[in-house]
Design a protein. Structure first.
Length: 435
């Protein structure tokens, strides 16, 4: 019964994310299996200091879980998102979280694979949704999940901690009144998994994804829930925004700006080291393989847009990560989707800021989507499936910013020059390259 239930409850573990689907709920075995696994994990966690019967019950549970996760990770080692009805997603998420929490509580058991545990946790984060904030809070609070060997020094004896990164993620869950209310609501829903006592909560704390859609105006960004974060949640941290005075000589006059640079540098450095660790273990890391190379290269290229005060502090790690991605892609003869994924990631990233701006009226001399896309591609092989106009405009704006940053201070970094060589690949639209 236990083995059958765990196979059902963990069948979606390590998937890249959920695809919105209108499929009908599955047989009754799914909610029953997920509920059984969740309750068994909670019970096992409550008696973690005791043994039942003559055998080592906890080691038996861990071995079964470990073998199940290894099997699913090997079978799903590709970029995949599962089509699961929204009403079913929470069943699997709650079961997976109960398993993860139990494994974290039992991490002193030698049979537990720490790399597998990190992979399992990071994959789960990308699939959490509104209402799972307490689960995200718990995962972000676990130092062991974010402690990695120092890859740059080629030694596993030195451990790199990511406390600033963890604090930044935790603060995002409660940096606004609406997010604090949502976290409180989630804590009330999942009290049994976190040792909290059940208590009533107000209806105004009931929030859904509809709140995100209808949010508008100046406070829209504060109203938006942190979840869901998606499969690129860790890479999105690299392409964030830092505001500092342009004149570095003014830093002494603005201590808060200096602190912002230091904090940003710490967070980015720790994020890059964590990504470098995952990429170095990409053959074993299912979470790393979920993100396309073109998407990864776009986000790491954003690093070179940071102010020189930040870039100088993180360039060594960023360079190592960029070289690892660039070299692995250069050796890949089947890289036809690289540019397509790069442009798509660029467009999706640009929408975050452009969605907050009023739409500009279309000028009369603008070309239609099809004719514009065809005009920027001179080769027939591109014109049949080339990017749309909005995607190309996002790419043009991004390349323009990259070139400006390179002329201003980026020429001193060899990795920045490699970035420009990437953008000069023949796969990119000729119009973008010529401009």
């Amino acid at each position: 019964l236990w083995k059958n239930a765990i196979n059902i409850a963990l069948r979606h573990s390590f998937n890249a994310g959920w695809i919105v689907s209108d499929d009908t709920p599955s047989l009754e075995e799914e909610p029953i299996a997920c509920a059984f696994v969740a309750e068994l994990m909670n019970f096992a966690g409550a008696i973690k200091g005791k043994e039942i019967g003559q055998d080592n019950t906890h080691k038996t549970l861990i071995v079964t879980i470990n073998n199940t996760l290894v099997r699913f990770r090997q079978n799903l080692h590709s970029s995949k998102e599962d089509s699961v009805n929204a009403s079913r997603q929470s069943w699997f998420i709650e079961a997976e979280f109960a398993v993860l929490k139990y494994l974290i509580d039992m991490r002193h058991v030698q049979l537990l694979d720490s790399a597998l545990l990190m992979d399992f946790a990071f994959s789960l984060i990308g699939r959490l949704s509104v209402g799972h904030e307490m689960m995200a809070f718990f995962i972000f609070s676990q130092d062991d999940l974010f402690s990695i060997p120092d890859v740059l020094n080629d030694t596993e004896s030195m451990t790199s901690h990511t406390k600033s990164l963890q604090m930044a993620l935790l603060s995002e869950l409660c940096n606004a009144s609406s997010r604090r209310a949502q976290l409180e609501h989630s804590a009330c829903l999942h009290y049994s998994s976190n040792g909290l006592q059940p208590r009533p909560f107000q209806l105004r704390s009931l929030r859904s994804s509809a709140d995100v859609i209808i949010a508008s105006g100046a406070g829209a960004l504060d109203e938006r829930s942190l979840l869901p974060m998606g499969k690129t949640w860790l890479w999105n941290l690299v392409s964030s925004t830092v505001e500092v005075p342009k004149d570095s000589l003014k830093m002494a006059a603005f201590p808060e700006a200096s602190n912002a640079v230091t904090n940003a540098s710490d967070i980015l450095s720790q994020t890059l080291k964590l990504l470098l660790h995952l990429e170095a273990a990409s053959l074993e890391s299912c979470h790393s393989s979920r993100v396309d190379k073109g998407t990864k290269l776009y986000h790491i290229t954003n690093v070179f847009l940071y102010p020189e005060e930040v870039l100088s502090a993180i360039e060594r790690t960023a360079s190592a990560l960029f070289r690892m991605l660039y070299d692995s892609e250069s050796s890949n003869t089947n890289a036809s989707t690289l540019v397509r994924d790069f442009i798509t990631a660029c467009y999706n990233h640009s929408r975050i800021s452009k969605d907050k701006k009023p739409a500009t009226p279309q000028s009369s001399d603008e070309l239609s989507d099809d004719s514009y896309a065809t005009s920027v591609f001179t080769q027939g092989q591109h014109s049949s499936h080339g990017p749309w106009r909005d995607e190309l405009r996002a790419l043009e704006d991004f390349v323009s910013d990259i070139c400006e940053s390179y002329l201003e201070h980026g020429g001193q970094y060899e990795s920045f020059s490699m970035c420009l060589r990437l953008l000069l690949r023949h796969d990119f639209p000729p119009k973008v390259i010529s401009d």
